[in-house]
Design a protein around this ligand. Structure first.
Ligand code: FES
Length: 268
């Protein structure tokens, strides 16, 4: 757009040649029509074109077939100078702009590409910041995990921890319990699941201590199967946390956990 406006300034002097020119404030028409008399007699049958020139005074010109419309050449209009915005390669009007076309295209492509890359990067940053502002804060994330030292839990015992507002059972099983739970026939189970699919290390059973019936907290090392017993309605779980008797429909839930070393487990 700026280029079009700038070029208009270059061609504006030639516009006078393409119109029916009459006297303007700064330039007179052809002297062939200048009448220097105190009194100018006008023929009402001839069309007239009148103007006023700053140098020659009132000017009248006539033609036999003059048209009604008159286009004034306003050569006094100041066209803004956009030279500072123009590229030096196209400043010379006598030089073809095509000579520098390739170089200017490279510059244009470079600027367009850089702007696009910066725009995409800025958009990605804004979106990332916006989404991350909705995620949990660092203190909340820290609470989402719990690290437990396994050495504090003796063999055959179960300890309860609080994790994400729920009780978490960590059970250190004996060799006898491990052998017993591994040999259970899956056809006897209401929610069939092999013991090896519920533990990472057979010595440790880690389950969420919430009864799958109505959400009571079972009692460890109790019930007919020696695992967990829910006194609310009498659900019995074995030492793998599987439901064996009572109204509960599912096994105790196993959360995600990992052992960074032999003495530690991280849940969550
Ligand atoms: S809530 Fe545990 S048996 Fe009903």
């Amino acid at each position: 757009m700026l280029s079009v406006v700038a070029r208009a300034g270059t061609v504006s002097p030639y516009l006078r040649a393409a119109c029916l020119a009459v006297a303007g404030p700064l330039s007179a028409v052809s002297p062939a029509a200048v009448v220097k008399k105190d009194t100018v007699l006008l023929d009402a049958n001839k069309p007239l074109l009148c103007g006023h020139c700053a140098r020659t005074g009132p000017t009248v010109s006539s033609r036999l077939n003059a048209v009604a419309g008159v286009r004034f050449a306003h050569t006094d209009i100041r066209v803004p100078d956009f030279s500072v915005y123009r590229r030096p390669e196209v400043m010379d009007p006598k030089k073809s702009a095509q000579d520098s076309g390739d170089a200017r295209k490279v510059f244009s492509y470079l600027m367009t590409g850089s702007t696009a890359v910066l725009g995409v990067y800025a958009a990605k940053t804004v979106v990332t910041q916006f989404i991350s502002s909705m995620s949990a804060s660092a203190d909340v994330l820290a609470l989402s995990k719990i690290e437990i030292k396994l050495s504090v839990i003796p063999e055959g015992k179960n300890m309860t921890f609080k994790w994400r507002g729920k009780p978490l059972f960590v059970r250190h099983r004996t060799e006898k319990e491990i052998a017993t739970e591994a040999s259970v026939n899956l056809s006897e189970l209401r929610d069939p699941q092999h013991d090896k699919d519920r533990v990472t290390n057979p010595k440790w059973v880690i389950v969420i201590g919430v009864c799958t019936h109505l959400g009571c907290v079972p009692i460890a090392n109790a019930g007919e199967y020696g695992g967990y017993y829910c006194p609310c309605h009498g659900s019995h779980y074995d030492a793998s946390g599987r439901i064996r008797k009572g109204p509960a429909p599912l096994n105790l839930e196993v959360p995600y956990y990992e052992f960074p070393d032999d003495e530690t487990v991280i849940v969550g």
